[in-house]
Design a protein around this ligand. Structure first.
Ligand code: BDP
Length: 595
């Protein structure tokens, strides 16, 4: 799926700004059929929840309406006219005037709505977007909606982060020519100093395809014709962690000698491979240092914000991180573009979090024991996840920064039914992208003895909370548990990494003892884990939970959100951040002690 960008044949109008807004209970039926009768306005892109000082809006369950008037540029006559939503969380219906023009389910992947037949160049139209925040057993992630005694809806879900909703990413009106390039897929490799860029171009309509590869100075380095081909790049500059290099693949569609469409796809030449117990980038063992993150900031919720993007990457560099996981959903495409340009290594995760009935709002609670089956997480959920994986790989397949797909976070992989549920998903991901390894993050109580799916994956990624949920305040016992746990995976002969470990930490709380919640405790816990990691030869990376504190749903186990951040929600370092910086700046992209 091509991101809309202006080219000699394509234009766009960014529709970000302030839109009219209402929740469903405050407007009549068919509110899209006229100007929304509402005093409220809302910022786009941003989740709507925290923008208002109104609990009925923050905790609303169901549809909300966004509306604005849109003018179509006069030069667009004869073009196809579309609206791209980078995300509508979690489902959307789009109306041009009174007409329903598109629908989408899935809150973190983009979709286009073709409105060519409903609008006119130089005319204007009323755009209404209905967005639904409900999570059910048929959605990814899952949840349950119940009707309370007063008739209002109440929502529960199994992950801990707050269920921010709305239009959290950009909305764009864009034009493409009638005959146009619909998709480009690239694969890369090299031998010696010669690079290889394979390409496959899909088009709608007739025309001849020509491609040119340009280096960063703008010089042509290779060219080809036809929809599928392979280009050789002499003296190739590789995309490396921390040292990005990007080529431009300029794709042209011509008819009768005339340019019909042009699109430029960036390309980083690099290889990724799991060999034995090593994770290799460009044939070199790579050691992941970094975090699981969230898209989460005050007021904006999950709204994408370029200033936070720039600042977060600055902090990642400051602390010596080389990678992060897009826990627990695909992030805005702008984040991956930025990672491509800055050599950040990404584990790209789906929105499949909470496929585990033993967890409630992120906490292990017992409760409903069985996760997989027709009455619980069944075929509809599996179909939704398959569709989500298709959309994720379609969007992100060309990003050199993405080195691995994380297909699930903390599923009940220790339960019967998990293999039947996940095996087809793994097969699908491998079919769609044979070039990247796949992983998933294992929950604490899925271990080397009871896990039923780990053999399907390339890398064993563990989420472990010894010293926090298990033996809090007792790092000595925690250390022995961690050591035993890591040792138990050796027999699998695969690389092992930690995708979550950490401790909630209240900034400003201090102690000379091992006191949970203090800054010293977070730093000591991290030091303890690192000591153990460095003993394990098949260990390939450490990603702390979390980069920054983030908002959660209400509950007595969280104080104003999850506080496991190395940074506070407004990006101030805790003592743990300084401890991480000391460690991570002391070695490069290889495992400590192997340089
Ligand atoms: C893990 C989840 C993560 C939570 C974390 C925690 O993967 O989303 O935020 O625990 O409890 O279970 O802090």
């Amino acid at each position: 799926m091509l991101k809309p960008v202006p080219t000699p044949t394509r234009e766009q109008v960014i529709l970000d700004g302030v839109w009219r807004f209402a929740i469903d209970s405050r407007v009549g039926d068919e509110p899209w059929a006229a100007r929304l009768d509402t005093p409220l306005e809302v910022a786009v892109p941003a989740s709507y929840n925290d923008q208002f000082a109104d609990p009925e809006i923050r905790d609303h369950v169901g549809w909300v309406y966004y509306q604005r008037d849109v003018r179509v540029p006069r030069g667009w006559a004869g073009e196809r006219i579309l609206i791209r939503f980078d995300a509508a969380t979690h489902a959307a219906r789009v109306y041009a005037g009174d007409a329903l023009v598109g629908e989408h389910v899935g809150g973190y992947t983009p979709f286009d709505v073709d409105i060519t037949d409903h609008v006119e160049a130089s005319g204007s139209f009323r755009l209404t977007v209905a967005v639904d925040n409900r999570l059910t057993r048929e959605t990814i992630p899952p949840g349950t909606v119940t009707t309370t005694s007063d008739g209002s809806l109440s929502q529960r879900y199994l992950h801990d982060f707050y269920n921010y909703a709305g239009l959290a990413r950009s909305v764009r009106l864009h034009s493409v020519p009638r005959a146009h390039v619909t998709d480009i897929a690239v694969t890369t490799g090299y031998s010696g100093t010669t690079g290889r860029v394979g390409y496959a171009v899909d088009v709608e309509g007739a025309g001849d395809i020509a491609v040119t590869l340009r280096d960063e100075s703008g010089a042509d380095v290779a060219c080809g014709t036809g929809p599928v081909g392979e280009l050789e790049v002499a003296d190739v500059r590789l995309w490396q962690p921390g040292a990005a290099y990007l080529y431009d693949l300029v794709v042209e569609l011509r008819a009768g000698g005339e340019l019909v469409d042009q699109y430029t796809q960036t390309v980083g030449v690099r290889t990724v491979e799991v060999r034995g117990t090593e994770f290799l980038i460009n044939g070199e063992p790579f050691y992941f240092k970094g975090f699981g993150k969230h898209e989460d900031t005050p007021i904006r919720g999950k709204g994408h914000d370029d200033a936070f993007l720039v600042h977060d990457f600055q902090l990642l560099e400051w602390i010596g991180a080389n990678s992060f996981r897009t826990s627990h959903y695909p992030y805005a495409e702008d984040v991956l573009d930025f990672a491509d340009r800055h050599g950040m290594v990404i584990i790209d995760e789906t929105a499949a979090v909470g496929l585990n009935m033993l967890i409630d709002a992120g906490i292990s609670k017992g409760g409903e024991k069985r996760t997989f089956g027709p009455e619980v997480i069944g075929d509809e959920s599996q179909a939704a996840l398959a569709q989500h994986v298709r959309e994720l790989i379609a969007r992100d397949k060309n990003h050199p920064s993405v080195v691995m797909w994380s297909l699930i976070n903390e599923p009940a992989s220790n339960e019967d039914g998990s293999r039947e549920y996940f095996e087809p998903i793994v097969r699908l991901a491998r079919e769609l992208d044979p070039s990247r390894p796949i992983t998933f993050s294992l929950v604490m109580f899925a271990n080397a003895k009871n896990d039923q799916i780990v053999d399907l994956f390339d890398v064993i990624s563990l989420n472990r909370y010894y010293g926090w949920y298990v033996t809090p305040g007792d790092l000595r016992t925690a250390e022995s548990y961690l050591r035993m746990d890591l040792a138990s995976w050796e027999a699998f002969g695969k690389p092992v990494m930690m995708t979550e470990y950490g401790a909630d930490t209240q900034p400003g709380a201090h102690s000379i003892w091992d006191g949970p919640w203090t800054e010293e405790y977070q730093a000591s816990l991290l030091d303890m884990y690192h000591r153990v990691f460095d003993e394990v030869p098949y260990f390939v990376g450490e990603q702390v939970w979390n980069f920054a504190d983030f908002q959660t749903s209400n509950g007595t186990h969280r104080v104003e959100g999850n506080k496991k951040g190395a940074f506070t929600r407004d990006r101030k370092p805790k003592a743990g951040a300084h401890a991480l910086r000391r460690r991570w700046t002391s070695f490069g992209d290889r495992k400590p002690g192997t340089d």
